[in-house]
Design a protein. Structure first.
Length: 267
């Protein structure tokens, strides 16, 4: 696997999608075998289900056991802590306690706070981000700020002062969304590929449809150079593919790894 001196890791957001059996996992793979199969290809996993419900420590223990220390994890903060922008001490305490098995195993890379477009660039919002960082202690925090109003130099400087990673995203170029760019605001860099499904992005019938997208090489190639630039500036770069529909995330992640390897061989 390509590592660029161990600083770049590539993986997917989630791993246990039934539709990945066939396109990615071999036919007949049992559910309890999926994570071990995933770990044969990737050394990074974004734990996705924690966005929808508070995690349990037992679930985190299983992640460690089934990957045998070969995978590093990022964990999405629960929506209760990000969608409303409200402090919830009980929820953040439950979240951090559940992560103890990952911490003890030395495989916890970061927590990801994914904020919705409605989380606008206001003082109250900034205070909420700093509150989350304080609650997480020494665990690196990455924030995905989808509202375009955050795309300002003074925001980048504020995040840099606090050592918070601003998640760089590849997504549709639509008015009001944060622009796609490779940004380094801390020792950790975080990149997420959502896909560019413009037609489905703003629809709510099935929000997962927005992530149904197949990346072509021409779309991934510019990010090879951008990730290389981030690796030269940061201690670690985490690259996550979130276009999970129909097994497209692992397909794109594997291809991106190949492209990184090719670029490394030429350098």
């Amino acid at each position: 696997m390509f590592s660029m001196d161990g600083r770049v890791r590539v993986g997917c957001s989630g791993y246990s999608y039934p539709e990945w059996i066939g396109p990615f996992y071999p036919e007949g793979t049992a559910r309890q075998e999926l994570l071990a199969r995933y770990a044969e290809h990737f050394d990074l996993l974004e734990v996705s289900h924690t966005y929808y419900r508070l995690p349990a420590a037992s679930a985190m223990e299983r992640l460690v056991r089934r990957t045998r220390g070969g995978v590093r994890f990022t964990v999405r903060l629960p929506a209760v802590l990000t969608r409303g922008g409200q402090a919830d001490p009980a929820a953040i305490r439950s979240f951090t306690e559940a992560l103890v098995p990952l911490r003890e195993a030395g495989v916890l890379a970061a927590a990801l706070a994914e904020f919705p477009r409605a989380f606008e660039a206001r003082r109250a919002s900034a205070l909420h981000v700093t509150w989350l960082q304080r609650q997480l202690g020494d665990l690196p925090l990455a924030v995905e700020l989808r509202a375009g109003g955050w795309a300002r130099p003074r925001v980048y400087e504020w995040l840099q002062r606090r050592g918070i990673a601003l998640c760089s995203v590849d997504q549709p170029r639509l008015p009001g969304l944060f622009p796609s760019a490779a940004l380094a605001t801390g020792p950790l860099a975080y990149v997420r590929f959502h896909g560019r499904n413009v037609a489905r992005w703003g629809l709510d019938e099935d929000p997962g449809d927005r992530y149904a997208y197949r990346y072509e090489d021409a779309e991934l190639l510019p990010w090879v150079e951008r990730v290389g630039q981030l690796a030269r500036r940061c201690e670690e770069v985490l690259v996550v593919f979130h276009n999970h529909r129909d097994g497209e995330a692992p397909r794109a992640a594997l291809r991106f790894l190949e492209m990184l390897q090719q670029a490394g061989a030429r350098s």
